[in-house]
Design a protein around this ligand. Sequence first.
Ligand code: PEP
Ligand code: MN
Length: 344
Amino acid sequence: MIIVLKRGESASEVVSLLNEYGLDYKKLVLYDRDIIVAWGSRERETSEKIHSLPSVELVAAVGSKLQLASREWKREDSVARIGPVEIGGDFVVIAGPCAVESREQIEEAVKAVRKGGAQVVRGGAWKPRTSPYSFQGLGLEGLRLLTEAAHSAGLPAITEVMDPRVARDAFTLADGVWVGARTMQATPLLRELGALCSKTGKPVLIKRGFGNTLEEWLLAAEYVMLEGCSNIGIIERGSRCPVSVSRFSLDVAFIPVARMKTHIPVIADPSHPAGSRELVEPLALAATAAGAQALMVEVHPWPEKALSDKAQQLTPSEFYRLMERLKLLLEALGRRMASQPKSL
Ligand code: PEP
Ligand code: MN
């Protein structure tokens, strides 16, 4: 259960009750509220006592699996902040190459995504590759190239972290990180990123694993939030599906259903389910129409020479076209594209 304390009230009464009833608990400050999340076999019984304490504003999500990520205690939409860019209000586009490959490549990619109107740059420095013989990314050097190029263009940059050993460096250099589909349930990683988010205020975005349920995805977010992180977003990127015609199957229903269940902003990645560049635009538009609050799109200055995900990365001109079409769709839906940051 989640206990929201009235502003300025101490947690001591609640804590002594929780101790008396033998519940596990954690005190957190999330979204500028003092809350306590408590769990254990006598939760229901304890919640009735806690309800009547004068220091308590709200007791919610009693006995439910989903706690911090649920709308049961926080009904209004939350915002995720990547530097000055806010996801959860006007529509945001995160764009950039699958992997950082060289200074020239990332500088050209940043130039293109900036020209197209993206607000945030993405780029993989440590790549999760199926084969150990494939290009693994430039590591820390790649992250340096990414942030230098993005920051000189006045845009924030994010990268994937799959290994907790590089998490500190990633949080120092980048403006935020994402968890990839393959490591969505690596709980030590989730906890480490949650702790760094809580310390630095930088965001963690969590991709849904390609075989994971909605509940598993939201519980991954729960791990991150339980470390005190309230700068968080989730990314839908499609499932492995035997009857799909694309690389992965983008089940757009995940987007509105996730938005009903959680206050956390929902982002869609149309590139990885597409697997080929001609499918990226229709999937991007479908995800946006279904309620995604941001997109994460792969763009490469010369996709034919890319060292990973060659077939699905958009050329700059394909990206410009996508952005034009997106603006038309957003307008028809009464929504708006966010403007690019004025300064970092
Ligand atoms: C990526 O974004 O480059 C990536 C590897 O995606 P996913 O984890 O969704 O496969
Ligand atoms: Mn990729």
